[in-house]
Write a protein that binds this ligand. Structure first.
Ligand code: KG4
Ligand code: ZN
Length: 339
């Protein structure tokens, strides 16, 4: 008997629902919230309201596109945290109500574990080798930057993480300083393609061990622009591609230095990347180059599974379903917390 899992993701500004048949994705619907663009970042209260508007149509569409009835569902998996509490509450409450109404198990999922387990979502006709345990995963998103030793579907250990900004924040804040639209990561990626990564260099903070720090880079970028804008008020417009390429290269290099160190220290060469920043073309290239130069077995997610999506929540839920690891109706979301 196949298992049908409905996954619900509402931790930040994307409302998403997905249906999986075992670990095969049947549907993955994502409603992006445009309401935050004018504010240059996610406004939590607006995000919760938009989730409330989106959640029913998104779930309805996910079930319809999967070509099943809701009575076919075996369990409901939802993001419990970390994320914005108001946003998480919408998905959590909906998941609880639906599991109660359908009388099927409820499964709580950690958003960061789910980003990693996105590698185990199977797309019909696009099968590729799955990561083998143990592997290292560089999880890079708007809120987190971690190197995780993944020993099993539920056994994961953070061996390095940022002590200040996340990699996605470094992208978004640099973009904001240059007056680019939110979220700035994809914009920097776009302009970087036309620029020279060695055009400018910014001071990077290299802290010992496997932890990261991005706040020094951001400050150095801010001062660099401030000084140059004094001399040329059109400095940003005239150098946009080179600025984006140089910033992207600085962030990617910082990530790669620690990832290489983690691989050396653990002896693990099975390496994955996950999270929104894993959509970045510079990072994707740097990782695939490591396959050629150092023999790493690399796992790069498909674009639709890099940023927030519910297929990753459903697949994480599927593996918990197999373990019979269910949540109670009294479960509440959490805003912070590791893996
Ligand atoms: O995983 P995600 O969708 O949400 C969180 O859990 O945070 O990640 C969003 C982050 C944002 O900071 C966004 O700018 C960044 O991922 N991002 C990118 C790219 N696409 C998304 N950063 C750099 N290059 C990209 N192509
Ligand atoms: Zn995320």
């Amino acid at each position: 008997m196949p298992t049908y899992i409905l996954g619900i993701e509402s931790s930040c500004d994307d409302t998403s629902a997905s249906v999986l048949k075992d670990n095969i994705v049947l549907s993955n619907i994502i409603a992006n919230q445009q309401v935050h663009k004018d504010f240059g970042g996610v406004v939590p209260e607006l995000a919760s309201r938009a989730h409330q508007q989106n959640i029913i149509p998104v779930i309805d569409k996910a079930i319809k596109n999967a070509n099943i009835n809701k009575s076919d569902l075996s369990a409901i998996a939802f993001t419990r945290g970390p994320g914005l509490l108001g946003s998480l509450l919408v998905g959590t409450s909906f998941a609880k109500a639906l599991s109660l109404g359908l009388n099927i198990p409820l499964i709580e999922v950690n958003h960061l574990k789910a980003h990693i387990l996105a590698h185990f979502v199977i797309q019909p006709g696009k099968e590729k080798p799955l990561p083998e345990f143990p592997f290292l995963c560089l999880t890079v998103s708007g809120g987190h930057t971690q190197i995780v030793m993944v020993k099993g579907f539920s056994e994961m250990e953070i061996i390095g993480q940022t002590i200040d900004d996340a990699a996605g924040e470094a992208f978004d804040k640099s973009a904001k300083i240059m007056g680019l639209e939110y979220p700035g990561g994809p914009m920097i990626d776009k302009y970087a393609k036309e620029g020279n990564p060695d055009a400018f260099s910014f001071a990077k903070t290299n802290i010992p061990g496997l932890d990261f720090s991005f706040s020094g880079l951001k400050t150095s970028f801010l001062y660099f622009l401030r000084d140059n804008l004094k001399k040329d008020p059109l400095f940003i417009q005239n150098n946009l591609a080179n600025l984006c390429a140089s910033m992207q290269s600085a962030i990617v290099n910082t990530l790669m230095i620690k990832l290489k160190l983690a691989s050396q220290q653990t002896g693990i060469t099975e390496i994955a990347i996950a999270g929104g920043v894993s959509a970045n073309s510079g990072l994707r290239k740097a990782i695939s180059d490591m396959h050629e130069t150092a023999g790493w077995k690399v796992h790069i997610p498909e674009f639709q599974f890099t940023t927030d999506n519910a297929a990753m929540i459903a697949v994480a839920g599927y593996y918990k379903f197999l373990e019979g690891n269910f949540a109670q109706q009294s479960v509440t979301p959490y805003s912070r917390g590791g893996i």
